[in-house]
Design a binder for this molecule. Structure first.
Ligand SMILES: [Zn+2]
Ligand SMILES: [Zn+2]
Length: 291
């Protein structure tokens, strides 16, 4: 940050903005890279594969390491190379033939320079939260529609349901129309809210992580749905149930829409919460071991 900008910010005395300013300044030193048309595609692939990789390793270890199976929603299932490779291949192919041309077009139409000021911390967090709520709502409507109309399901959503036991690399195993819809909902909300580029960056990272976690097939004590109180967040447990039962838990992240429309179904307890097989029967929810 040059002295002029620093002095301006200090004059404003905005602690939230000052907190993020060093981060934003270091990102702006790589402005050329951030504004390159290749950056969104390369960044999206690297973060997606990077988030999937630990789960792929766990899936490889799963058949021989008992403690890994304890956290797996379907302990007897591990994706084979014949399932993993087509998923990875499709992600790379779709990013190359679809996401890259779109970002190239966006770059050519609006090569906006990065603003010198960082966003205020509270504004960044609230924008990310609002974007997640809007994204969740849009996907809920899209998802219900693509399950209730057989033609839409057959032609556009069925491919994502090819794997009834989900795994991380199956997150983006979907038709081109589904990928287009998700990408559209992903970018339209940040544009509507006029989000700062740093907020857009954080939202994309959080969104990619949450979607991978949703499909990972692992229910850990630190999984997002266990960190959010009052069952407001469904996460991996709920989305995994959607993949095996089709007619419930349509929202990707939060539970309020499914609760309101009567499509919320409680997920079974993972084996690590049901060591004796009695606790889950008492609660009326059978764990993956006792089902
Ligand atoms: Zn899914
Ligand atoms: Zn579905």
């Amino acid at each position: 940050m040059n002295c002029h900008n620093s002095c301006e910010l200090l004059d404003r005395g905005n602690p939230g903005q000052l907190l993020l300013q060093p981060v934003w300044d270091s990102m702006r030193t790589r402005e050329e890279l951030a504004l390159s048309p290749f950056f969104p595609v390369v960044f999206s692939i690297i973060s997606y594969v990077g988030f999937c990789l630990p789960f792929v390793v766990l899936d490889v270890l799963c058949p021989s390491v008992a403690i890994v199976r304890l956290y797996k929603i379907h302990p007897d299932f591990s994706p084979s190379a014949r399932q993993l490779l087509p998923c990875l291949g499709q992600t790379l192919y779709q990013h190359l033939v679809f996401v890259f041309p779109v970002t190239l077009l966006h770059w050519a139409l609006s090569p906006a320079p990065l603003p010198p000021e960082a966003p205020e911390l509270f504004q960044l967090l609230s924008h990310v939260f609002i974007c997640l709520l809007l994204f969740d709502t849009e996907i809920f409507v899209w998802h219900v529609l693509h399950h209730k109309v057989p033609w839409l399901y057959r032609n556009f959503h069925k491919v994502h349901h090819q794997n009834t036991s989900s795994f991380a690399l199956a997150t983006q195993y979907m038709s081109l129309w589904e990928l287009f819809s998700l990408t559209f909902f992903d970018v339209v909300n940040v544009a509507l809210l006029g989000c700062h580029p740093l907020t857009v960056f954080v939202f994309h990272v959080v969104n990619i992580w949450l979607s991978v976690e949703d499909h990972s097939g692992y229910d850990f004590p630190w999984s997002t749905h266990r960190l959010v109180p009052f069952g407001w967040y469904g996460g991996v447990a709920h989305h995994d149930l959607h993949h095996s039962q089709f007619n419930c838990n349509f929202a990707p992240y939060f539970t309020h829409w499914d609760r309101l429309l009567g499509t919320l179904r409680p997920a079974p307890l993972p084996a690590w919460q049901c060591a004796c097989g009695r606790r889950c029967s008492d609660s009326g929810r059978l764990c993956t071991k006792c089902r």
